[in-house]
Design a protein around this ligand. Structure first.
Ligand SMILES: O=c1[nH]c(=O)c2[nH]c(=O)[nH]c2[nH]1
Length: 303
């Protein structure tokens, strides 16, 4: 006999745009998001017995996202995700958990003749702000906030040496290299007991995002990096220090390689080592380095 081991369903890729108009100044502020809501609960019979009486249609889930975006502020996204998820577990007695993912896309205000424009914006890159929220009946709100798709490069101030050398190794040790990666960073919040507590924490969410973003860039820029591993670990430590409400910080960083090109075949042109100026950016393969860092437990044994 087969039985359902796990199930969730809902609507993905719900694109939402919201404008706020300040009537007194004429300044408008825009938010564009892509939302996913997946519900869990006593829904097995919809799979096993074709009993749709337990199904809140995914079309209704999409409609609810629009209505809640109208009723509540969509910023910070952590609070909007909490409103949205709480709605589903409060409204439907058989729904026990709502998983809400919000990806917020960048619209930067234009500066025209040195002044912020009241209603014109531009996309300054593929960077997004993300929130994954799990709202569980009787247990609280579990949040992971993040930054995704922030592409960074430094042209010096990075090294990589001292790694394993054996019969598989061709990579030379380097004391000066290009370092480029696309930031995928997340931070999980200590469990938030209720919607009210999430609303009360409103200002902390933007402050944490600002801190994570500036720590990531400052550490990347200023540190003479011995490896991606060590640099990302330092970033995690600084974020944990800056935001006491955060329990863990994680990074997933591709190492996007830029290879030197030997041009000596052309009139003895010098383009390697200290003479390297023209490089070949690689689209793949790339390194991929991941870490999750938690606060050290007092009295925990050292491995
Ligand atoms: O920072 C790095 N970490 C690695 O693990 C690694 N491996 C590699 O080939 N280059 C690099 N760079």
């Amino acid at each position: 006999m087969a039985s359902v081991a796990a199930a969730r369903y809902g609507k993905d890729n719900v694109r939402v745009y919201k404008v706020e108009r300040d009537a007194s100044t004429g300044v408008q502020t825009v938010t564009e998001m892509t939302v996913c809501v997946l519900l869990e609960g006593a829904i097995e019979v919809s799979y096993t017995k074709a009993d749709n009486s337990v199904v809140v249609a995914t079309d209704s889930i999409k409609n609810t996202i629009y209505i809640k975006a109208k009723e509540y502020p969509v910023n910070p996204p952590e609070v909007f995700a909490s409103y949205l998820g709480t709605h589903f577990i409060k409204t439907y007695s058989h729904i026990t958990a709502a998983n809400v993912k919000i990806v917020t896309h960048r619209w930067q205000r234009m500066t025209i003749d040195g002044k912020p424009h009241p209603h014109s914006f531009y996309r300054d890159g593929n960077e997004t702000r993300t929130v994954e929220a799990r709202i569980v009946k009787g247990k609280g709100i579990f949040l992971r906030s993040g930054i995704n798709g922030l592409l960074v490069l430094k042209s010096t101030g990075s090294q990589f040496h001292g790694f394993v050398r054996d019969e598989y190794t061709t990579l030379p040790e380097v004391w000066d290299r290009i370092l480029s990666t696309t930031i995928d960073c997340g931070w999980t919040w200590k469990t938030i007991p209720s919607l009210e507590a999430a609303v009360a924490a409103t200002s902390k969410f933007n402050a944490a995002w600002e801190a994570a973003r500036s720590i990531t860039m400052k550490t990347f820029a200023e540190e003479n990096s011995p490896s991606v591993q060590n640099t990302m670990y330092k970033m995690c430590g600084s974020i944990l220090e800056a935001v006491p409400e955060v329990g863990t910080v994680d990074y997933k960083l591709p190492n996007s390689h830029y290879f030197e090109i030997d041009l000596s075949w052309h009139k003895g042109t010098k383009n390697t080592g200290k003479d390297a100026e023209v490089y070949a950016p690689q689209s793949g393969p790339n390194g991929l380095i991941e870490v999750t860092v938690a606060r050290a437990q007092a009295g925990a044994s050292k491995l």
